[in-house]
Design a protein around this ligand. Structure first.
Ligand SMILES: O=C(O)CCC(=O)C(=O)O
Ligand SMILES: [Fe+2]
Length: 365
């Protein structure tokens, strides 16, 4: 089931500004060939950030080399040169992105992040820990791809997020199909809220919701304006270990005899003797960071890189392989953590008393 959300004034204003700022890019992208026969985008412009604080990172994938010289009305380049050349599939950072465009993207991302948090809070759901978001602007091509029907179109997929807010998707032609039914947007300021594959992970206390399959269907008749869609993905990567995960970890460490009560202690093995000393707060924190890396960044990035995914999308036909690899990676990471826990904190952290810190070799798929 798809829920429609009306945007408040502040994000609408920023959204309109973003649409104006990217107009030259939108037209230039429309003249380029689509990414493939079943993916009609020419450029994906992303801003990955958090709810507040740290600035977001602007990056892009697709036909960047052809678009990096596109300028605004004052002649200033909008995207500028990417940090590295990339292969068109993996997003590359845009350190030269126009400062005004970059700040509007960050602001829009933060507005939508807060909006969704408020929306779910009203339903009594709360996010487990802190997660980053991804704001994605899909700029579609208007040229045909071989014998394939006219772009824009997009393969059927589910989003690798907890929740996705889709804005202005049909702006400029094409239609969004959800569960194979066309979706109607009452206004340009209405967003469609879809469930993503990480919903239960991010909202463990909420009732279960299956991810929503959707796709973009190419238009049949010509449209004057090139298609653009704005997708906001909540819950991209876990930013910190949640407090419940921290408590669970401490419980497990106590259970394994690695730390004691009331302070935090560790067993230090020196030759044949074992002595107990206070664990420094720093060590515990690095261990929590390590777990964060296992549970979020490393695993997620590895899987995305291995599949060559450009964004938070998962083709339905690849889902089975993806889930198998994810389960495999998680169980391998947990084995390493469990093994290290059995040997003591030092083995996990690699301090002077430990011979060698364990490393996780993520599986390539
Ligand atoms: O362009 C659209 O309408 C949908 C885009 C989408 O599904 C996505 O970016 O994940
Ligand atoms: Fe999507």
């Amino acid at each position: 089931m798809v829920r429609m959300i009306q945007l408040p004034c502040a994000p609408v204003r920023v959204l309109r500004r973003v649409m104006r700022q990217i107009a030259p890019l939108r037209w230039a992208a429309a003249r380029l060939p689509p990414a493939s026969a079943d993916d009609g985008t020419a450029l994906g412009l992303q801003c990955v950030g958090v709810a507040r604080g740290a600035p977001g990172k602007v990056q892009a994938f697709g036909r960047l080399e052809a678009l990096m010289d596109v300028r605004d009305h004052e002649g200033i380049r909008l995207l500028g040169a990417p940090l590295d050349t990339g292969d068109g599939r993996q997003p590359v950072e845009l350190p030269e992105c126009h400062p005004m465009l970059s700040s509007s993207l960050q602001r829009l991302g933060r507005h939508l992040h807060q909006l969704l948090l408020r929306h779910v809070a009203r339903r009594g759901w709360s996010l487990d820990g802190e997660w980053s978001h991804e704001l994605l602007l899909n700029l579609y091509s208007q040229s045909s791809h071989g014998a394939a029907p006219l772009a824009p179109k997009l393969y059927v997929h589910k989003d690798l997020s907890a929740l996705t807010l889709l804005l202005v998707p049909s702006h400029g032609g094409g239609q969004l199909y959800v569960n194979e039914h066309p979706l109607r947007f009452p206004s340009k300021d209405t967003g469609a809220l879809l469930f993503g594959t990480r919903f239960s992970e991010a909202f463990p206390a909420a009732p279960c919701h299956a991810a929503t399959p959707h796709r973009v269907v190419a238009r049949t008749s010509g449209s004057t304006r090139p298609r653009l869609s704005v997708a906001f993905f909540l819950a991209r990567e876990k930013v910190f270990v949640s407090s419940s995960a921290k408590l669970e970890l401490i419980r497990r460490l106590r259970g394994a005899g690695v730390i004691g009560k009331p302070g935090i202690f560790r067993s230090v093995f020196t030759g044949s003797t074992v002595r107990t000393e206070r664990t420094s707060f720093r060590s515990l924190r690095s261990m929590l960071d390590l777990l964060t890396i296992f549970s979020a960044t490393g695993l997620q990035q590895e899987l995305e890189a291995a599949k060559g995914e450009k964004s938070l999308m998962m083709r339905q036909d690849l889902e089975h392989t993806f889930l198998e690899s994810a389960a495999d990676c998680v169980s391998r990471a947990l084995q390493v953590v469990d093994g290290a826990m059995a040997q003591g904190v030092d083995a996990l952290l690699g301090s002077e008393t430990a011979e060698k810190a364990p490393t996780v070799e993520p599986k390539k798929v």
